[in-house]
Write a protein that binds this ligand. Structure first.
Ligand code: ARG
Ligand code: ZN
Length: 867
């Protein structure tokens, strides 16, 4: 059953008040719900009330206090409930039974390590009680929890605490009142044997907020970075948008079984432990950065998502795109904005571009879906953030802030649409954004081509920009979109010339002229990556020039990447025609220049040294060749390591850390540069390579933080070093009791591109520490292999595809959301040659043939086959 955006109808009934009572029990939790309902004056009149429900056992129902008999109640297909013939306003009481223990889907109320957690977005609340489970029904909630005191000393829900007490038989209760109306997807309960790290925050208008991060005993010491990130986020939202927190408590609970990263439930965020827990010995720099970003993201949702929410799930990017934009901006403000931007663009290209070019391509605001959980995508999140960023660039920072103020003033406590957001920006800025809104409606990544011409006699320089967007499933024809191109002109001597600014390409093709130039400049385009498009048309020579001279760090980095990509594509062809490979001198020069300047900005240098990934190179080819791409990239890494081994060794030595572990941007940058140097050195030929591996062994043993230890282990795991297996065994022995570290151990082996990788992965799937039911663990093995080891996943035998198909089938019976997510790599069969494509399709067919397949996995697989 496909749900279509155009079919939206307002809800027939509204809920003003929800009183919930949950008596928690692992297999027999009882949920009593008392709903104050009334007919929606804005909807077509309906005699019957229909409520969503799933996996609920109805125990009792009363309407205005009178028991409802079977004559008034009907169970709907899918699990919902119909109450016949209801008055205009009434109270409905239901009591249902649910089994948290049986809930392996991790949606609704479930158990993790003996503790209770909920996940209600998008449609999990219906697995807790009967309810109009849609975001445009906003109600006030009072929640009373009751549980065994010994098993569940902690009882948490949304809002502010409102009493607690003892009950007979060792049980106790606690009540929570949330004064803010909210949609059901923001409901949350956490109960169990948890301990809190506590702190306080005073808002600028003087509200004292009690902060708590709840974790399992023994993890209290690992919450400091999350707490610090939370307080900085709260201050940043006040400073940047004037938005203050609006309850007396803000709680976070961390859980090790979680389908996604985290969830912004009102006043009670629930997090994957991966985005809370960090100690220098167990968390990498990337983990620390992830925590900061996700804590900020969920906190920022309090206004962009919770106070102003989505009318329906097609509007998901209204809250997600905007909130990703806000968390990116926050993180950029915490350290180096350029390095942060490079990382964000890298992720966009790695995850969103393939989605836009694949069978699941959809607009930022989708038009239809079968399973909404399949649309929590890089397009809705990351491309959605890019669209907000472009809008801000078009109307300017000050107008954007005015637009945010207007958006919130107009729509506080409402469930609204993306059009409402765009309208606020338009009204606040006086800029017509109607054409710009096409970005929300059109799928596919626009290609931007540039040509230029210079007339020496008149000094006139002309830039011609042309755009086109390739067709995507269901959208054969595309219109031009307004593309903001932030640019500058660089003179032959490397100096910036007048003429820098913002060009707006609104048509399929437009020319822009610049007068009075002394010589032909090189155009620096898409500064700061001002639009999520694929730029082409610059020559190798121009790219090399920009990599050396541009004043914009993003363009400097990106030009070097584009240069490397062009050379890598050429080398792939040489591998295919079995020519001997030589290190391209231009590329070596760019690499050498990056090394020369490395200590000026180590974080930037670390980004500059990384070659475009195998997948990125594959994306640029009409037909990928994973073997040739892998051989080419390995060759280049080795050749660069060999050529520059003295300087790489010197950097690795000079950047050794002696002081305490610090997580500021500069320290993270130095570690990144040091470990990038080590990775190249270890691939060098001869004595230099042996020296690199010896250093990796030494760093693995003596490393004082997980960043360095893991970087060394990755080098060893990717090598034929005799120390390889011993290092992996030692790491497992040391960390087998720490789930998050063990995930890294699985992932490192799954993504090591050794010829025996698939055998290793199959063996790891039978390892006693492997657990398909834990999403982090499933992703760390299956996801790391299928999405992070292209050379082995695409083994010509098709064994990699078979493995993924088997795993998806097994997972679909346990957790359909995780299964549907992990199937994605099989969908990109069009990129591969005919033989691989057929094997990939065979994997998809095998999944599709599975009786009882979930609708989520069905949607992904069937769309992948149809494309
Ligand atoms: N709203 C959450 C976030 O962006 C994501 C939760 C999505 N969960 C899901 N099961 N689809 O922070
Ligand atoms: Zn979000």
């Amino acid at each position: 059953p496909t749900i279509r955006r155009e079919d939206y109808r307002p809800p027939a009934f509204l809920v003003d008040q929800v009183d919930l009572h949950l008596a928690l029990h692992p297999t027999a939790t009882r949920v009593k719900a008392k709903l104050a309902l009334r007919r929606n004056p804005a909807a077509a009149p309906a005699a019957d009330l229909e409520l969503d429900g799933e996996a609920l056992t109805l125990l009792a129902a009363r309407l205005d206090g009178a028991p409802l008999g079977a004559d008034r109640l009907a169970h709907l297909p899918g699990g919902g409930l119909r109450v016949a013939d209801v008055p205009a306003a009434f109270t409905l009481e239901t009591e249902v039974g649910i089994s948290p223990e049986a809930n392996s889907e991790l949606s609704g109320l479930y158990l993790s390590g003996g503790n209770y957690f909920t996940q209600c977005e998008a449609e999990g609340f219906r697995r807790i009680t009967y309810f109009p489970d849609r975001p445009d029904v906003m109600a006030r909630y009072t929640t009373t929890l009751e549980a065994d005191r010994a098993a569940c000393p902690v009882l948490l829900s949304n809002g502010n605490p409102d009493g607690a007490g003892e009950l007979p038989d060792g049980r106790h209760w606690a009540r929570w009142v949330d004064p803010h109306p909210k949609p059901s997807y923001l409901f949350a309960v956490v109960a169990g044997d948890l301990v809190a790290m506590r702190d306080r925050f005073t808002t600028r208008s003087g509200r004292k907020v009690a902060l708590g991060i709840y974790v399992r005993k023994g993890d209290e010491d690992a919450c400091g970075h999350a707490m610090d990130s939370l307080k900085r986020s709260m201050a940043w939202d006040e400073d940047t948008y004037g938005l203050e927190y609006d309850l007396d408590v803000f709680n976070i609970a961390a859980v090790s079984d979680f389908n996604m990263g985290a969830m912004e439930n009102k006043g009670l965020n629930v997090f994957n432990t991966k985005y809370i827990l960090a100690r220098p010995e167990t968390a990498t720099d990337a983990d620390y950065e992830g925590i900061e970003t996700v804590v900020a993201h969920e906190y920022f949702h309090n206004w962009t998502g919770n106070r102003v929410t989505c009318r329906d799930w097609f509007q998901l990017s209204l809250k997600e795109g905007l909130t990703v934009f806000r968390d990116q901006h926050f993180s950029a403000d915490q350290g180096s904005a350029a390095v942060k931007r490079i990382g964000d663009v890298r992720r966009l290209r790695a995850a969103q571009f393939p989605e836009d070019a694949g069978p699941m391509a959809h607009p930022v605001r989708p038009d239809s879906y079968v399973e909404i959980n399949n649309f929590y995508t890089a397009t809705v999140y990351q491309k959605g953030a890019e669209v907000v960023r472009m809008m801000r660039r078009l109307i300017g920072e000050a107008n954007f802030r005015k637009g945010m103020d207007l958006y919130i003033a107009r729509h506080d406590n409402q469930a609204v649409t993306i059009e409402d957001f765009v309208r606020a920006m338009q009204d606040a800025s006086g800029t017509d954004l109607s054409r710009f809104a096409r970005w929300y409606a059109q799928a596919g990544t626009p290609a931007l081509r540039v040509r230029d011409a210079f007339d020496k006699a008149s000094g006139r320089y002309t830039l011609t920009l042309a755009q086109s967007t390739p067709p995507t499933p269901g959208q054969p024809e595309k219109q031009p979109v307004p593309i903001p191109v932030a640019m500058g002109l660089i003179g032959p001597d490397g100096a910036e010339l007048p003429g820098a600014g913002l060009l707006l390409l609104e048509e399929a093709e437009q020319g822009f002229t610049f007068e009075g130039l002394p010589a032909k400049p090189v155009p620096s385009l898409l500064r700061g990556y001002s639009a999520p498009v694929k730029l082409s048309g610059l020559s190798l020579e121009q790219l090399g020039f920009l990599a050396a001279h541009d004043t914009d760090p993003f363009v400097r980095w990106d030009s070097a990447q584009q240069y490397a990509t062009a050379e890598m594509l050429r080398l792939v062809e040489e591998v295919r025609s079995q020519k001997p490979l030589a290190l391209p001198e231009g590329l070596a020069a760019i690499f050498g220049a990056a090394l020369d300047r490395a200590m000026e900005d180590p974080a930037f240098a670390a980004e500059a040294l990384v070659l475009p990934s195998e997948d990125f190179v594959a994306d640029q080819m009409a037909v990928a060749d994973p073997e040739a791409i892998h051989a080419m990239r390995q060759f280049l890494r080795g050749a660069l390591g060999t050529r520059f081994s003295p300087r790489l060794a010197a950097l690795h030595g000079a950047l050794e850390e002696t002081g305490p572990y610090r997580i500021d941007g500069a320290s993270i940058g130095r570690r990144a540069l040091r470990n990038a140097s080590l990775a190249y050195l270890a691939r060098a030929e001869g004595a230099a390579g042996a020296e690199g591996l010896a250093r990796a062994e030494q760093q693995f043993e003596a490393g004082r933080n997980m960043t360095d230890v893991l970087a060394a282990l990755r080098v060893l795991a990717d090598s034929d070093s005799p120390a390889r297996q011993a290092a992996l065994d030692a790491f497992h022995g040391k960390w087998r009791h720490d789930d998050l570290v063990l995930d890294k151990w699985f992932a490192i082996q799954a993504s090591a591109a050794r010829p025996d990788a698939l055998e290793a992965v199959r063996a790891l799937a039978r390892h006693p520490d492997f657990d398909l039911r834990n999403p982090n663990r499933a992703r760390s093995l299956i996801g790391a292999f299928a999405a992070g080891n292209p050379a082995r996943f695409h083994d010509a035998s098709g064994d990699g595809y078979r493995f993924l198909a088997e795993m998806v089938i097994a997972l679909d019976a346990v957790n359909t959301q995780v299964a549907a997510r992990l199937v994605s790599p099989l969908g990109l069969w069009k990129r591969q040659d005919a033989a691989r494509g057929a094997l990939m399709r065979a994997g998809l067919e095998r999944i599709l043939a599975r009786p009882g397949l979930s609708k989520g996995t069905y949607e992904k697989v069937s769309k992948s086959l149809a494309a």
